[in-house]
Write a protein that binds this ligand. Structure first.
Ligand SMILES: Nc1ncnc2c1ncn2[C@@H]1O[C@H](COP(=O)(O)OP(=O)(O)O)[C@@H](O)[C@H]1O
Ligand SMILES: [Mg+2]
Length: 205
């Protein structure tokens, strides 16, 4: 695979979209046009699944939720991500498989090996070149996003605490992962992330 695959992870309000946009801009300044994708979504099927997951007012079984995320991921991987990486593009993603481990594993309590199994199927063996985990306290994240209360954000404080703790553990365990303090000013974070990405861009990936 010739391309570079960079994933942003973290709870809602941790600053993923902000940092993804900043990195996209930096890459453009260096003559690289990255492809930005998001999860769930990024394909016609995936965007429909996104609506089911984020906008519908009723609940669902944790396993159903996992399978919907994995279905969206599988479609995105096979129709968008793999072709882009094979073309040699830089792909930036707002969340990927680590999110299912954090949310459905740590958050909802689904069996970890089960989540890993579905992740492997959906990602078709593709692993991020670099994952940036933005770590912020839940209270900070919720205060930042008070206006945008979707279903997951209403899920409650303890759920988000488990997800945050999960991301911190995953950041220690997973290869090619950078855990950053998301409470720092956005421009400082963008600089820290750029230093790490630039090594990869310059170093022939
Ligand atoms: N480092 C930061 N410090 C303070 N506020 C931030 C920082 N990064 C992002 N924000 C603000 O927090 C809110 C959520 O950021 P966003 O990038 O949308 O997070 P996410 O995509 O992870 O949900 C936005 O209003 C954004 O402007
Ligand atoms: Mg976002």
């Amino acid at each position: 695979m010739k391309g570079l695959f960079i994933v942003f992870e973290g709870i809602d309000g941790s600053g993923k979209s902000t940092q993804l946009r900043a990195l996209q801009e930096r890459l453009r300044q260096h003559g690289i046009d990255p492809l930005a994708i998001r999860e769930p979504g990024g394909t016609p099927v995936g965007e429909q699944i996104r609506q089911i997951l984020l906008e519908r007012p009723w609940g669902m079984e944790p396993l159903t939720e996992l399978l919907l995320y994995e279905a969206s991921r599988s479609e995105l991987t096979r129709t968008v991500l793999r072709p882009a990486l094979e073309e040699g593009r830089v792909v930036l993603s707002d969340r990927f498989a680590m999110a299912s481990l954090a949310y459905q594993g740590y958050g909802r309590g689904l069996d970890f090996t089960l989540v890993q199994k579905f992740n492997r199927i959906a990602t078709d063996g593709i692993e991020p070149s670099l994952t940036i985990v933005l770590d912020v306290p839940v209270a900070v994240a919720l205060a930042r996003k008070r206006e945008a209360f979707d279903r997951l954000e209403r899920a409650g404080r303890e759920f988000h605490e488990r997800v945050r703790a999960g991301y911190r553990e995953l950041a220690q365990q997973m290869p090619n992962t950078l855990l950053v303090d998301g409470t720092r000013p956005a421009h400082e974070l963008a600089e820290q992330i750029w230093q790490r990405v630039y090594e990869r861009v310059r170093g022939g990936r």
